[in-house]
Ligand binder design. Sequence first.
Ligand code: NAD
Length: 274
Amino acid sequence: MDNPFYSGTVAVIGLGYIGLPTAVVLASRGVRVIGVDVNPVTVERVARGEIPFFEPDLATSLSGAVALGNLTTSMETPVADAYIIAVPTPITPNEEADMSHVFAAAAALAPQLRPGATVVLESTSPPGTTEELSRTLAAARPDLTFPNDVNDSPDIFVAHCPERVLPGRLMVEMVENNRVIGGLTPECAERAAELYRVFCRGEIQLSDATSAEMAKLAEKMPGGKLPAGMPGMGSSLPPTMPKLPPNFPGAPGFPGLSGKFPGLPGLPGLGKKK
Ligand SMILES: NC(=O)c1ccc[n+]([C@@H]2O[C@H](COP(=O)([O-])OP(=O)(O)OC[C@H]3O[C@@H](n4cnc5c(N)ncnc54)[C@H](O)[C@@H]3O)[C@@H](O)[C@H]2O)c1
């Protein structure tokens, strides 16, 4: 019980297929969770302990967490010790990732940040997004330090933890799956890992943010193979995440492709209802 998040508050932004089960498993383990969504119907239903969509075992856990008072909801982003962003990142007709929901969520949470807070991006995102998220938050909060600017002990910790669950088994896989957690700095990865250790029984592998973003996209590739000579990863994560080659679209410093998936064939619409 020495995990600091047991005595803190976690805001889960986006109460969909990913965010709601995440909020529920955290709240079921005694963490105070505030679920945030822009959809008032979702916010009201979840506050009453009612599931907005069917998923095995979600209803019982949700109603229990609400009855215990560990899970409340809001349309406003609150002050919290940690934020998990689980909003949609659908593919546009131009085959770009629509990151507008992620950056809308960032705009809403920036004014609430306090020193020591951890921000985890769970939404499936193009490489470089976590760093862009940190830069966006830093621009909104010049009074705080962020890991895109300082390596040691920033005020705010920013990391990416891609979600790998399959619908129909969300409540099991959320807890049992291995996870890769990529921080903008090693300290950011460790802070985020502490949050997931509240409920994750799978192996938690620490990495950097770009590798974590790539790991998720690679898993979505047909055959689990990365383009341009990157190693295939199948459905399990390798012991160490590959570094992006400098000329890979989306790699830090590669010009002009921020916010775009590099034309991944077969990549399903992300964040769309199944
Ligand atoms: N569904 C899956 O099986 C699955 C699996 C792995 C990863 N993912 C990824 O997880 C992310 C979320 O997907 P999902 O399936 O949970 O989406 P979803 O559409 O089920 O839910 C997203 C929720 O976010 C809310 N939302 C949108 N903008 C918001 C904002 N600015 N602030 C607060 N709430 C907002 C929506 O109202 C909705 O309730 C996506 O990036 C997706 O690719 C999904």
